[in-house]
Design a protein around this ligand. Structure first.
Ligand SMILES: CC(C)(COP(=O)(O)OP(=O)(O)OC[C@H]1O[C@@H](n2cnc3c(N)ncnc32)[C@H](O)[C@@H]1OP(=O)(O)O)[C@@H](O)C(=O)NCCC(=O)NCCS
Length: 185
């Protein structure tokens, strides 16, 4: 039995593990691990935990998450100041990957101020958990009058693209094989 609840501080390390385990990139080094968690976890859980939801098992152990930054301008300001410098320390290749992803979001952030990341452990995929997390986040953002939500996703991640389309996201732009997808709330 999987429940959906708000993020709690105790979830932080488990969410980092889920981020690593569900990555489509091979994670072989500590730097790769650090990059993924800096890029896709830490800002959201540390700064916007109130906008994050977690899927937990019957022992209240996290098996998946949806993390959200509500406003891109605010995210960008804080991320550039505190998180991007840490990514830069890992190497310029990581730095440019991060900048590239941020730039892609920036292009569409006026229409879609919020963005998300979602990951669910293999054993819990395909059972509606992602859809429940997505609905929880959409309702939460609607209650805060956030007008629209976006994400970026590898166009070759066909399962995820299918999932987002099923959850009413549209492809806004195909940027060299990476999709920007968005939804009006
Ligand atoms: C993508 C992801 C978040 C979807 O969550 P989920 O709980 O597995 O999805 P749901 O069970 O709610 O499925 C909803 C729809 O998504 C699609 N989908 C989900 N799992 C699928 C699978 N294994 N194969 C094909 N389509 C799938 C289907 O269209 C499904 O609808 P249907 O059951 O009526 O066919 C989850 O599978 C995941 O974390 N994957 C690995 C990490 C990842 O790719 N994250 C996104 C990075 S951009």
């Amino acid at each position: 039995m999987i429940n959906i609840r708000k993020y709690q501080e105790k979830d932080k390390e488990l969410l980092r593990d889920i981020c690593i385990k569900t990555s489509r990139l091979p994670i072989e080094t500590e730097d790769q691990r650090k990059y993924l968690t800096l890029m896709y976890n830490d800002y959201y859980t540390e700064v916007e935990g109130r906008n994050c939801f977690v899927a937990v098992d019957e022992n209240d152990v996290a098996v998946g998450y949806i993390l959200c930054a509500e406003n891109f301008a605010r995210y960008s300001k804080i991320f550039r100041k505190f998180y991007l410098p840490e990514i830069k320390k890992l190497g310029m290749n990581y730095y440019f990957m991060a900048i590239g992803e941020m730039a892609a979001h920036l292009l569409y952030s006026k229409k879609y101020p919020a963005h998300l990341h979602i990951d669910i452990l293999d054993v819990c995929q395909g059972q509606g958990v992602g859809t429940r997390l997505m609905n929880e986040l959409k309702n939460h953002l609607k209650s805060k009058n956030v007008p629209a939500l976006m994400l970026s996703c590898g166009g070759d991640n066909t399962m995820a693209v299918k999932f987002y389309k099923k959850n009413s996201f549209k492809v806004v732009k195909n940027l060299a094989g990476s999709y920007i997808m968005g939804i009006d709330l």
